[in-house]
Design a binder for this molecule. Structure first.
Ligand code: THU
Length: 130
């Protein structure tokens, strides 16, 4: 299994835990640390809708909370033919804590896109501006 298929597989497994009670749209994410560990997340929806949190942010917050601070890649999996890219809020959080990650998009059968985060979030606002 290649390194990216291992990461995608972890995101697929995390997706199975998605709490997507309202949209039915399940997403899994897997973040790779610079030491090769994998931290996963799934989307978790809420009856107020607005408190819903995406899979990518769950993965990042879990990783930070476990003491990880250096990351190389994130895989994002949804059951869609077209790529499911991270939303704007997740791009900001991934950029702030992960920098220019490789973003691997995939569905249940294969890869649908590979991007650099800097291309998905041009001209970002971040701590360098404070
Ligand atoms: N969602 C994610 O978890 N990640 C994405 O990249 C796109 C959207 C979730 C949020 C919500 O639970 C559902 O997908 C529909 O928007």
């Amino acid at each position: 299994m290649t390194a990216s298929s291992r990461l995608i597989d972890a995101a697929r497994q995390a997706r199975a835990h998605a709490v997507a009670s309202f949209s039915g749209f399940k997403v899994g994410a897997a973040l790779e640390t610079s030491t090769g560990e994998i931290v996963t997340g799934c989307n978790i929806e809420n009856a107020t809708y607005g408190l819903t949190i995406c899979a990518e942010r769950v993965a990042m917050f879990k990783a930070l909370s476990d003491g990880h601070h250096h990351f190389t890649r994130v895989a994002i999996v949804a059951d869609t033919v077209a790529p499911t890219p991270p939303c704007g809020a997740c791009r900001q959080i991934l950029w702030e804590f992960g920098g220019d990650l490789e973003v691997v998009l995939a569905n249940l059968t294969g890869t649908t896109g590979i991007h650099r985060l800097k291309d998905l979030l041009p001209l970002p606002f971040d701590a360098r501006l404070l």
